[in-house]
Design a protein around this ligand. Structure first.
Ligand code: GRF
Length: 223
């Protein structure tokens, strides 16, 4: 047996409800040798979510937690805890987490949302952006707090809205950025380059701007 120990990677538990393309981006990133995090389990409230199949296809633990019943979140929390997560990533998870769930995993749950928050929180963010007539929208990775899409912003990517866009075309353009932004945010967290203070997120000096692949960070520097 080799005496050399592999450095441990941040354990990701991903909560999903549907298609799972952001999960796929995290699975793909985790498959890279130098990525500092790995998906260890995928948990869904929807038994037929294709995201569960994406996990099973690559031999990753995939579980359904039946959302029926008042103790749903308690059971969900137990499943999550059993996987010893370093970080919980919501990726198209369609339920609002209660404040007690959020408090239980405080500072360890993140989400990706298809708009430049705080604009257009909630469902159908791309349609709301089109209706508002904005010229730029995008996506946001943020910590989850008790509100709906109100938590501290980690990273954002700006995406143009084209004159002939409909909800589908705009969603597709934003989604391509989501797939790059989510793994990047996870990487920065796994490398300890992100600090959460109250409702603000700070990036360490070297990670600001130059290593961010053109994405927008909320506040470039402090340390
Ligand atoms: C994404 O647009 C994500 O931002 C939003 O829900 C969608 C999920 O898509 N929260 P997928 O299941 O990751 O493909």
């Amino acid at each position: 047996m080799s005496a050399e120990r592999k450095p441990s990677r941040l354990r990701l538990v991903v909560l999903v409800s549907g298609r799972g393309s952001n999960l796929q981006a995290l699975l793909d990133a985790g498959g890279e040798r130098n990525f500092p995090a790995e998906v260890v389990a995928v948990i869904s409230d929807n038994e037929s979510a294709s995201a569960l199949d994406r996990a099973r296809n690559v031999g990753i633990e995939a579980r359904w937690v039946d959302p029926a019943g008042e103790d749903f979140e308690e059971r969900l929390g137990r499943e999550v805890e059993a996987m010893c997560p370093g970080l919980i990533c919501c990726a198209g998870y369609m339920r609002i987490l209660s404040s007690s769930f959020v408090a239980r995993f405080s500072g360890k749950i993140i989400n990706i949302h298809p708009s430049l928050l705080p604009s257009f929180p909630g469902l159908r963010a791309q349609r709301k952006a089109l209706r508002a007539g904005v010229r730029v929208s995008g996506c946001t990775v943020h910590f989850i707090d008790e509100g709906v899409d109100t938590g501290p912003i980690i990273l954002q990517a700006a995406v143009p809205v084209m004159p002939d866009d409909d909800e589908e075309s705009l969603s597709e353009r934003i989604l391509a950025f989501e797939h790059r932004l989510y793994p990047l945010a996870v990487r920065l967290i796994a490398e300890g380059k992100i600090r959460l203070e109250g409702n603000r997120v700070f990036l360490d000096k070297e990670s600001a701007w130059e290593n961010l692949d053109g994405f927008i960070a909320p506040k470039p520097i402090i340390s």
